[in-house]
Design a protein around this ligand. Structure first.
Ligand code: HPA
Ligand code: ZN
Length: 337
C-alpha cells in the first residue's frame, strides 16, 4: 500500500502546548549563563541525551528542573518568542498556550513576572509572526486545591491576559474532582476550562473533568476509548480531544506510533486534534506530530485536513475568526502544489 501524502505547513491551531515544554537545551544553557545558575549537565548534547522517559513522572522531574533557570520577565518573553517563531514555520495560525505559574512561584519568581513576560510575546504574535495566541493557566494537580486557590488570587489582577484554566502534572492519584472549587471560581471570573485527563489516568477521570470541572476540551483523553459510554458522550457532545502522538510514545502511553488510537478516534467520530505537548522534549513540533502520525497510521488526505479543521473548530476563537481560518485551510488545499 502506498503511503498517503502528508501536508507540511497545513494551516492549523495548536491547542495543547506547554510553553515550558518548548524550552530547548540551547536556550536553557543561554539563560543559565545569563542568570549565573549552574545546571547539572555539561552540554546541550548531554542534556538532550537525558531525554529518555519511563513515564510521565520521569519526564516531569526533568521538566521542572530545567525551569529553574527561568527568572526574569525577559526570560519568559524569550521562551514564548522562540515557540511562536517555530510555530509559524510549522503553519500554526493560532496557538492556545499552557503555562504553569506554580512551578515558578514556588521558586520565588513572582506571578507577575511570569505572566507579563509571556503576555508580551502573545500580544506581539500577530504582528511579529502572523498568528493569534491565547494563554491558558494550568494548576499543578499534585499540589493542593488551596495552592491552586492562591494562584487564582494572583491571577485576578491579570484576567484579561488569560482565556482559560487547565490542569496538568502528575495525573494518577490526583483526580479532577480535587479541583472542583477552584475551577468553579475560575468560571465565575469568566474563564473557560480544560483539563488533562485520560493520559495515564482512567476514563473515570475524563468523566470527572466533564462533570466536575465543566471542561470545553479534554487534553490527551486517549484512554477514553476504553469506555464505550464515554466515547458516545464525547461524540454526541462534540467534546474535542487534544491528542499528542509523539508525547504518548515518548512517555510510553503507547509503545509505538503505529499502536496509537488516533485513527480509531476519527473513525468513531470524535473531534480529535493533533498537538505537540512538550516539543523540546518529545522529538517534534506540531508538523512533526502530524506528518509522523499520518505516516504511521496511513491517514488519508481527507483525514489530515479533518484534523486541521478540528483544531480550528475546537479552539476558543470566535465564529468569525474560525470561519476565516477554515477558509485558509480550504485555500491551502486547493492551491496547486
Ligand atoms: N501531562 C501532564 N502534565 C504535563 C504534561 C503532560 O503531558 N506536560 C507538561 N506537563
Ligand atoms: Zn500536556
Amino acid at each position: 500500500m502506498t503511503a498517503a501524502p502528508t501536508f507540511a505547513r497545513l494551516p492549523k491551531a495548536e491547542l495543547h502546548l506547554h510553553i515550558e515544554g518548548t524550552f530547548e537545551p540551547e536556550l536553557i544553557f543561554k539563560l543559565a549563563q545569563r542568570n549565573n545558575i549552574s545546571i547539572p549537565f555539561e552540554s546541550v548534547e548531554a542534556l538532550r541525551g537525558a531525554y529518555n522517559f519511563a513515564d510521565l513522572q520521569s519526564f516531569l522531574y526533568l521538566y521542572y528542573q530545567a525551569m529553574n533557570v527561568l527568572r526574569t520577565e525577559q526570560d519568559f518573553f524569550e521562551l514564548a518568542e522562540h515557540y511562536l517563531q517555530k510555530a509559524q514555520a510549522d503553519g500554526v495560525v493560532h496557538a492556545e498556550i499552557f503555562f504553569d505559574p506554580q512551578a515558578h512561584t514556588s521558586r520565588g519568581v513572582s506571578f507577575d513576572t511570569v505572566i507579563n513576560g509571556l503576555y508580551q510575546a502573545v500580544k506581539n504574535s500577530e504582528k511579529n509572526y502572523g498568528l493569534t495566541s491565547r494563554l491558558i493557566m494550568c494548576f499543578l494537580r499534585d499540589l493542593s486545591e488551596d495552592d491552586a486557590m492562591e494562584t487564582m488570587d494572583s491571577a485576578t489582577r491579570h484576567l484579561e491576559k488569560i482565556i482559560a484554566v487547565g490542569l496538568d502534572s502528575a495525573e494518577v492519584g490526583n483526580p479532577p474532582s480535587k479541583f472542583k472549587n477552584v475551577f468553579a471560581r475560575a468560571m465565575a471570573e469568566g474563564l473557560l476550562t480544560v483539563a488533562h485527563a485520560g493520559e495515564e489516568g482512567p476514563p473515570d477521570y475524563v468523566w470527572e473533568a466533564l462533570s466536575d470541572l465543566k471542561v470545553s476540551r479534554i487534553d490527551h483523553g486517549v484512554r477514553s476509548l476504553e469506555d464505550p459510554a464515554l466515547v458516545k458522550h464525547l461524540t454526541e457532545h462534540k467534546v474535542p480531544l487534544t491528542v499528542c502522538p509523539l508525547s504518548n510514545v515518548k512517555l510510553r502511553v503507547f509503545d509505538k506510533l503505529t499502536d496509537h488510537n488516533l485513527k480509531q478516534m476519527l473513525d468513531l467520530g470524535i473531534v480529535a486534534t493533533v498537538n505537540s505537548d512538550d516539543p523540546a522534549y518529545f522529538g517534534g513540533y506540531v508538523d512533526d506530530n502530524l506528518i509522523q502520525v499520518a505516516e504511521a497510521l496511513n491517514l488519508s488526505k481527507a483525514e489530515q485536513i479533518k484534523l486541521a479543521k478540528n483544531s480550528i473548530e475546537a479552539s476558543f476563537l470566535t465564529h468569525a475568526e474560525k470561519a476565516a481560518y477554515l477558509a485558509r485551510i480550504d485555500a491551502f488545499c486547493q492551491a496547486p502544489t
